[in-house]
Ligand binder design. Structure first.
Ligand SMILES: Nc1nc2c(ncn2[C@@H]2O[C@H](COP(=O)(O)OP(=O)(O)OP(=O)(O)O)[C@@H](O)[C@H]2O)c(=O)[nH]1
Length: 148
């Protein structure tokens, strides 16, 4: 994980461990979220088993590909090994003109079809570092209450 997200993560999760997958279409902003604004590629590995949470990153300005983003998203949710995972959606690139807001992304991704797990959506700008903390805070609290 990049240093920026690691710091953010530590500030919210403390020493607790959580296995979290960061997924999304290409160009959605995953690397920027994990590494900040540097071009350093993150070294993370994706393992489906025992995943407690999925962070799904969407480029909110890429309206042409929202249908694809929705299809990929629901395919991920169908994975047996991810059935129990909590879902945090980052509606990223909010700083760009024409970016859809959280309500519109909720609609586009058909988030209300999710019945058997907890989910939330947050507006983010990975470039500006906005919204990332709020999302992680929700995730931390949700995982905490689920494990107690
Ligand atoms: N304006 C804006 N640009 C962003 C934001 N997040 C990422 N980008 C830009 O979008 C492009 C793609 O970002 P990445 O973080 O590489 O996206 P990725 O999801 O890792 O992409 P892949 O490596 O293709 O899977 C880069 O040029 C980023 O600088 C954002 O919040 N706002």
């Amino acid at each position: 994980m990049g240093i920026v997200f690691t710091r953010l993560f530590s500030s919210v999760f403390g020493n607790r461990e959580a296995r979290i997958l960061v997924l999304g279409l290409d160009n959605a902003g995953k690397t920027t979220i994990l590494c900040g604004q540097t071009s350093i590629r993150p070294y993370w590995r994706c393992y489906f088993p025992n995943t407690q949470a999925i962070i799904y990153v969407v480029d909110s300005s890429d309206t042409d590909r929202l249908v694809t983003a929705k299809e990929e998203f629901h395919a991920i949710l169908e994975e047996d090994e991810l059935k129990g995972a909590v879902v945090l959606v980052y509606a990223n690139k909010q700083d760009l003109p024409g970016a859809l807001d959280d309500a519109a992304i909720t609609e586009s991704l058909e988030l209300h079809k999710i019945k058997s797990r907890q989910w939330a959506i947050f507006k983010t700008s990975a470039i500006k570092g906005e919204g990332l903390f709020e999302g992680l805070d929700w995730l931390s609290n949700t995982l905490k209450s689920g494990s107690s």
